[in-house]
Design a binder for this molecule. Structure first.
Ligand SMILES: Cc1cc2nc3c(=O)[nH]c(=O)nc-3n(C[C@H](O)[C@H](O)[C@H](O)COP(=O)(O)O)c2cc1C
Ligand code: SF4
Length: 372
């Protein structure tokens, strides 16, 4: 076997002015490797160098905070001040040095912000009631997104990605569960998508023709939550507003740990049907992620036109040689993420650095030694 076995997976793709050398992208994966205060650490740089050396075409770096108040944790990356640009430059350059495109995801955690939870409405999450945002604060946050995106461009990244997934602020506005507003930002789906669309417009106004991707929540997997029928409206509107790609995902912190969702997410390609449903509504490239554990599965997703890009997060982290092994036909030696394990997620939720039990002892030790 060789590269010819997976012709779709290794086919280049033009993304605006950018050329992706193949269809493999790392979707963002927060692992708690930044230093306290969200600063760039040696461990973080080592980790992203390794991810870039994997041969993936595009690495989308984990979420970084557009304002200190909107940060998800004390080790969440920061892009809320010009003083972070220099550190972010070093991050972009370790990735780009490996002939890989680099993107940075920007985020406001909203009701999941660790310091000061805010949201469209006062809907309690995990026993904590967020404060509802005023119109003035909405405008301020939109400006913070735009400034953060400009810093991403200045730092030398090739793209910026808006985090509209996982139930963070952008998604909280779109969801009928978390947005109970009675002003122009709440009620109908057209009103609920106003906030992300205004954020995108504000970002595009300052970054010009710099590409802007969107992590896209297609379905919250909650009975009273956002579903594809409504999220498709957002997909079409984002395309019209000039988004470069949609990276589709499902679920939020409130659904990830439900028994039926845990069961679903153990299946290979568990979010492909969502990507496929959204792709029917748009022409921009669509990424799908979610336990795409084998190159054969990736190839079939592309062949059946269910997505345009294959997103690997834990799949690449557990075995950074996934793309190379696929190219060389060494599929059977790919180290697999165990479907019943959720150690990485549990560790980061406890504020600890993620280490994978599938790695060799020496690698785990190296990561522990580098952690500060
Ligand atoms: C520990 C952990 C951290 C994650 N961090 C982010 C993040 O910062 N931004 C994001 O959009 N998705 C994040 N994700 C979701 C992944 O990008 C991806 O969609 C998901 O893990 C499924 O792909 P995989 O099976 O290859 O891991 C995270 C997932 C995990 C398990
Ligand atoms: S095996 Fe466990 S720790 Fe390793 S990537 Fe998979 S879920 Fe995360």
């Amino acid at each position: 076997m060789n590269r010819a076995t997976y012709p779709k997976l290794f086919q280049p793709l033009d993304l605006n002015s950018l050329k992706l050398k193949n269809r493999i992208t790392m979707t963002p994966l927060y692992l708690g490797y930044a230093a306290l205060g969200g600063k760039i650490s040696p461990l973080l740089l080592d980790h992203y160098r390794l991810m870039a050396q994997s041969g993936a075409a595009l690495i989308v770096v984990e979420n970084s905070s557009i304002t200190p108040k909107g940060s998800g944790s004390p080790r969440t990356l920061r892009c809320d001040h010009d003083r972070y640009v220099k550190g972010l430059e070093s991050l972009a350059s370790v990735i780009k040095r490996e002939n890989t495109l680099a993107a940075l995801q920007i985020n406001h955690a909203g009701r999941f912000a660790h310091a000061a939870p805010v949201a469209p409405s006062e809907v309690t999450a995990f026993n904590q009631k967020p404060r509802a945002l005023t119109k003035k604060e909405i405008t301020t946050i939109q400006k913070q997104y735009a400034k953060a995106a400009l810093r991403v461009k200045k730092a030398g990244f090739d793209l910026v990605e808006l985090h509209g997934g996982t139930g963070y602020l952008l998604a909280q506005f779109v969801s009928p569960r978390t947005n109970k507003r009675e002003d122009a930002y709440g009620g109908t789906i057209e009103n609920r998508i106003r906030f992300p669309l205004e954020v995108l417009k504000g970002v595009k106004d300052v970054v010009g023709d710099f590409p802007v991707g969107y992590r896209f929540l297609a379905d919250e997997w909650l009975p009273d939550g956002l579903h594809v029928e409504e999220s498709s409206v957002l997909a079409r509107a984002l395309e019209e507003a000039g988004v470069t790609y949609l990276s589709v995902m499902g679920g939020t912190y409130e659904s990830f740990f439900l028994p039926e969702i845990i069961k679903k997410s153990r299946r290979p390609g568990y979010m492909v049907s969502l990507a496929s449903a959204i792709r029917k509504n748009v022409k921009v490239p669509v990424t799908t992620a979610g336990r795409i554990s084998t190159p054969a599965l990736a190839e079939s997703i592309l062949k059946e036109k269910k997505a345009d890009l294959i997103g690997l997060a834990r799949m690449l982290w557990v075995d950074p040689e996934w793309p190379r092994k696929a190219r060389q036909g060494r599929d059977r030696s790919i180290l697999k993420c165990s479907p019943k394990c959720d150690a990485c997620l549990q560790l980061v939720m406890q504020g600890k650095p993620a280490l994978c039990p599938r790695w060799k002892k020496e690698k785990r030790k190296k990561y522990r030694d580098l952690y500060r």
